[in-house]
Design a protein around this ligand. Structure first.
Ligand SMILES: Nc1nc2c(c(=O)[nH]1)N[C@H]1C(S)=C(S)[C@@H](COP(=O)(O)O)O[C@H]1N2
Ligand SMILES: [Mo]
Length: 198
């Protein structure tokens, strides 16, 4: 397993305040309990081959594993520090069904219609992980089991819990919170919270 360097205590991003006590579940809709024998992660939209690929849960779990120390930053201004996520690098999964060369944007979709808009470059980052463990334990259902996108340098709304699809876009498209006034890019260290800042 690859461990990304922790680098000691991390600073708190602008406008955020640390909150003790670990992650508190926060989402819209019910917690899904998908059947892993029929579950798949679909990679579609503008792929290089033009075809969509469906990966089974078994295929996902057979990929090389990384462990990423990362703080969680909710756009509502709380930061939970000292989390460690384990799973497969998003870049590894993307390489199995690469985008067409013009693609710069991606829509991530989850159970029950949640979605988020990110850039290809966000998914190519070394710390972008499709996680199935939190703190060395299987991800609790309310925190995203069986698979959650974790993008440490973006606000929490960019990382769908219960992710089911990665769609390559020809033009940027807004997801659930991006349609409701939150920033299309959402970089934590640049405090890109609201759509009016775009
Ligand atoms: N499927 C789904 N994923 C989601 C959300 C959601 O409503 N649905 N909320 C997002 C937001 S805004 C945050 S801050 C985090 C919260 O993660 P937690 O519930 O593990 O604390 O999940 C993100 N992923
Ligand atoms: Mo959030």
């Amino acid at each position: 397993m690859t461990h990304l360097a922790g680098g000691g205590p991390r600073a708190v991003p602008p406008g955020q305040r640390p909150r003790a006590g670990g992650l508190v579940p926060l989402h819209y809709g019910p917690v899904p309990h998908p059947d892993l024998t029929t579950w798949s992660l679909r990679i579609g939209g503008s792929t290089a081959s033009t075809a969509a690929t469906e990966l089974t849960y078994e295929q996902i779990r057979s990929l090389p594993t990384i462990s990423v120390p990362a703080d969680h930053h909710c756009v509502a201004k709380t930061t939970v520090q000292g989390l460690t996520w384990t799973g497969v690098a998003a870049s590894t999964v993307l390489a199995m069904a690469p985008p067409a060369s013009h693609v710069r944007h991606v829509l991530l979709s989850a159970e029950y219609g949640y979605s988020s808009s990110v850039r290809i470059s966000d998914l190519a980052a070394a710390d972008a992980v499709l996680a199935w463990e939190l703190g060395g334990e299987p991800l609790p259902p309310e925190h995203g089991w069986p698979l959650r996108m974790v993008l440490p340098s973006l606000y929490g709304y960019k990382g769908p819990k219960w992710i089911r699809a990665i769609d390559y876009l020809d033009h940027p498209q807004r997801g659930f919170w991006e349609q409701r006034g939150f920033h299309l890019t959402g970089e934590v260290w640049h405090e890109q919270r609201y759509a009016y800042q775009e």
